[in-house]
Design a protein around this ligand. Structure first.
Ligand SMILES: Nc1ncnc2c1ncn2[C@@H]1O[C@H](COP(=O)(O)OP(=O)(O)OP(=O)(O)O)[C@@H](O)[C@H]1O
Ligand SMILES: [Mg+2]
Length: 350
């Protein structure tokens, strides 16, 4: 066989869809083996927390059957500002071992939760200009959130081998698909139903991340209110389909107005990044998540932020075999960006 099957799948459990991607790999070349997008009822996951684990397990089991998934090993991820803290910090130079010993102590001042309630991890980025100092990415995730996700996927029959973070998965997805230019700042912007994950890469290395509790639910809620329609019909309108006596054009002005909060949050984050980095220029934004499929979203972000905004291409360097409907995959690709990043992870990674 030319391509060795990877023995794990990427499983992105969002509040609105479960996204599954499995890849084959041979010598750094990737090929799509399986993908699935499974809609979830809107009330099972709220702001990154599992509210109804029983029904989520049932949904996962149903998804496994529907997508004919045989793989047990799963790479999952979490995000959200109330459960994940990612900070780039400066510490005195020390070895990885030394930092492992002292990370709890070092992290305490950066983590707004009880240090006993979180799982800590870190990555040493390298020395700083100031002698004797080094840059470290610190990650703290609430234990109860990780445990909720692990127990749900186990209950559904999976074996969770890695718990990743949405922003890191996006960085991995970017790494295999895009040419990295030294010194260039690129913003990865994932806007789903309830969470925005922003991560800014400089020369391909993450220098800033922020999660916000906003997303395309704002559009659905505004449409439901304005036209007095169901959740399902609001979802249809977002996809550009007419419902009852509401045209997609009528829906558009409501969608644009409801985007205001999202746009100002994005602009605020960019301004904050610029202000902390002596006004570094962000050369482009790469947009993923369901919001990328809203007709005017890339243009609205480009206009408000003054940054060229492109829709992500997570399958640029991944071969899509003939048995798949390639045009459908390319259309839905922004929704699959995180799961592609998860599917790239290998057992033993951290
Ligand atoms: N064709 C489309 N046009 C516009 N919006 C769409 C389209 N398809 C899906 N969406 C919207 O995208 C959102 C889902 O995107 P995504 O899968 O990225 O979110 P999620 O990962 O489930 O949510 P989160 O991570 O924020 O909890 C939903 O709000 C859905 O209505
Ligand atoms: Mg998501």
């Amino acid at each position: 066989m030319l391509f060795g099957g990877k023995d794990s799948i990427g499983l992105d459990i969002g509040s609105s869809y479960i996204k599954t991607v499995k890849l084959k790999e041979a010598k750094g070349n990737y090929e799509l083996e399986l993908f699935n997008i499974y809609p979830l009822p809107p009330e099972l996951i709220v702001d990154g927390s599992i509210i109804d684990s029983l029904r989520l397990v049932d949904s996962l089991k149903d998804m496994i059957k529907q997508a004919n998934i045989k793989t047990k090993n799963a790479v999952i991820s979490i995000s959200g500002h109330s459960s994940v803290i990612i900070k780039r910090i400066s510490l005195p130079e020390m070895s990885e071992e030394e930092l492992s010993e002292s990370i709890k102590f070092e992290a305490e001042q950066y983590v707004p939760f009880d240090i006993e309630d979180v799982i800590l991890d870190f990555q040493i980025i390298g020395p700083k200009e100031e002698p004797g100092q080094m840059d470290v990415i610190l990650v703290a995730v609430k234990k109860d959130i990780i445990n909720e996700y692990i127990s749900v996927v186990k209950e559904a029959g999976f074996n969770p081998i890695i718990v990743d973070i949405d922003s890191f998965a996006l960085e991995n997805m970017y790494g295999i698909n895009y040419e990295i230019e030294p010194g260039k700042n690129v913003a990865l912007l994932n806007i789903g139903a309830s969470i925005i994950n922003l991560s800014i890469l400089k020369g391909g290395i993450s220098v800033f991340t922020r999660d916000s509790s906003l997303g395309s639910n704002l559009h659905s809620e505004a449409l439901q209110r304005e036209f007095n329609i169901s959740y399902e019909n609001a979802e249809k309108l977002k996809r550009g389909e007419p419902v009852e006596n509401v045209s997609p054009e009528d829906a558009n002005s409501v969608i644009e107005a409801a985007s205001e909060e999202i746009l100002s949050e994005i602009v605020r984050s960019f301004d904050y990044y610029r202000s902390t980095t002596l006004h570094e220029d962000i050369s482009e934004a790469i947009l993923s998540g369901g919001c990328a499929l809203l007709k005017n979203m890339p243009a609205m972000i480009a206009e408000r932020a003054g940054i060229e905004t492109k829709i992500v291409e997570p399958f640029r360097n991944i071969k899509i075999p003939k048995k798949f409907d390639a045009s459908y995959i390319h259309e839905m690709a922004p929704i699959l960006a995180v799961s592609v990043g998860l599917a790239l992870r290998k057992q033993g990674d951290r």
